[in-house]
Write a protein of this length. Structure first.
Length: 200
């Protein structure tokens, strides 16, 4: 494994997930030819979807590359959530700017300091639905409170068919999350199976 703190090993694109409390690091290597760092500056603006909180980041210059580094002590104060970001280049001679890209990044909580439930929304919903089905199967419960994307509500035994449909839906979401996590970890997609045919 390469040293993540070495700028030679920084990812050459904006990340899709970041951890509050980690040092954020990436670099942009495809702008220097058109926007040499000696005459331009690269900046980012991240806006949190939940409340509009903004994070501003200014890239440093390294030869023809733009290097982004935000200290762990700084990111530790950022709120978790989905942020919409845009990057823009500014001409230093007259402060004119142009937006060059945009996207979405998820800032995740620092597990070392946060006691928030680490489960995803889909996993929470699936667990709640399965708990209701298990309670109904025990035959001692006639109604149950579940929480899904539509909020909390009371369900009864006659809603079992609806719960089974919801369970299948959230199982698919959880499986998709697992597949994405495996791919990010370099483990491959568990949904893809290799088939080899032998000549006889």
């Amino acid at each position: 494994m390469s040293n993540a703190f070495d700028s030679a090993n920084f990812p050459e694109r904006e990340p899709t997930t970041l951890i509050a409390g980690d040092r954020w690091m990436w670099k942009i290597t495809d702008l220097g030819a058109d926007y040499p760092p000696a005459s331009y500056a690269l900046k980012y603006a991240l806006r949190r979807e939940a409340d509009g909180t903004e994070i501003e980041i200014t890239a440093a210059e390294s030869g023809a590359d733009y290097i982004v580094e935000v200290a762990a002590a700084t990111t530790g104060g950022y709120a978790a959530g989905r942020y919409r970001w845009q990057r823009y280049i500014t001409r230093t001679s007259d402060s004119q700017r142009v937006t060059l890209g945009s996207g979405i990044v998820e800032v995740r909580v620092n597990r070392d300091t946060s006691d928030a439930d680490p489960r995803s929304h889909a996993r929470k919903c699936l667990d709640s639905i399965e708990a209701a089905l298990e309670a109904f199967a025990a035959d001692s419960v006639q109604s149950y409170q579940i929480t899904t994307g539509a909020g909390s509500r009371s369900v009864t035994k006659r809603d079992t068919a609806e719960l089974l449909l919801l369970r299948d839906r959230y199982r698919q979401e959880v499986d998709s999350e697992k597949a994405a996590e495996n791919i990010a970890a370099g483990l491959g997609n568990p949904r893809h199976f290799g088939v080899r045919f032998n000549r006889v």
